[in-house]
Design a protein around this ligand. Structure first.
Ligand SMILES: [Zn+2]
Length: 262
């Protein structure tokens, strides 16, 4: 499988390229702001932006965890929208090919249709301003009854809302799909039938049982998912792969994957 780009999320903020090089990665995923900061601050320019931009290592950015553009709560949705815009701009600054944003979820009693509509509005409004700095890769999530991208049914409704926007892409997280209760065998085809695309894979094993609704990543050979099934997903998707597995095993995961694909 020549040309398959394999990499990992890099938690080392100061020197992401150096860390990715040391690990032998073709691409890396990073944050542009503290992902846990509930205020979703505007990202500061990265001191190493020029080096990141010019490196042969590809870059994708993961957005803040608190972002929820589907929310019916104005005080969460409005700053989330702003944060997506700002973090996509920061991603463009470092030459990233996309910004990963979780599908988000609504609260009990909320009407899901409004959440999908809010996703459409995100792209609609930004189109008036010339679009986002980079494509928005919407990631499936593991838990919750009102998630916008957990089940195939929700992904289908989401894509009915956003599929017409060319800056809407999809990121498949294997741990989230498993914990969210989607059979991984044949899943790539079922998703592509809905979205027409998978732009990025978050390749993670799961520390929890099928349909647990829990989001705890494991190294490729150590979770509840058969590692062969994970390798099959990589083959079937043919998109760049980011490992978000526990850091002490990431180098082994990368080596395992390279040999399994060769
Ligand atoms: Zn992920």
């Amino acid at each position: 499988m020549d040309g398959m780009r394999l990499g990992a999320h890099v938690r080392e903020d100061a020197d992401p390229i150096g860390t990715a090089e040391a690990m032998g990665a073709d691409l890396l995923q990073m944050f542009v702001t503290d992902p846990q900061d509930r205020k979703m601050p505007k990202p500061a320019p990265h001191p190493d932006a020029e080096r990141i931009r010019s490196s042969p290592i590809d870059v994708v950015v993961h957005s803040s965890y608190i972002i929820n553009v589907a929310s019916l709560n104005n005080r969460l949705r409005m700053p989330s929208r702003k944060a997506v815009e700002q973090q996509a701009a920061a991603a463009a600054e470092i030459g990233a090919f996309g910004l990963v944003v979780h599908g988000g979820h609504l609260g009990d009693g909320d009407d899901d249709a409004q959440g999908f509509e809010n996703w459409a509005k995100l792209f609609e409004r930004q189109a008036d301003k010339g679009g986002f700095g980079v494509p928005i890769l919407i990631e499936n999530t593991a838990g919750g009854d009102h998630a916008m991208a957990r089940t195939l049914e929700s992904i289908e409704r989401l894509w009915d809302a956003v599929g017409g926007f060319d800056q809407a892409g999809f990121c498949l997280d294997t741990c989230h799909a498993w914990a969210g209760g989607e059979d991984l065998v044949g899943l790539v085809e079922r998703i592509k039938n809905i979205t027409g695309r998978i732009d990025l894979i978050h390749l993670n094993n799961s520390r929890d049982e099928f349909d647990s609704g829990r989001d705890r990543h494991a190294n490729l050979e150590s979770g509840h998912i058969d590692a062969d099934v994970l390798v099959e997903i990589v083959r079937a998707v043919g998109a760049p792969v980011i490992l978000e597995t526990p850091s002490e095993g990431v180098a082994d995961d990368l080596a395992y994957l390279r040999s399994a694909l060769s």
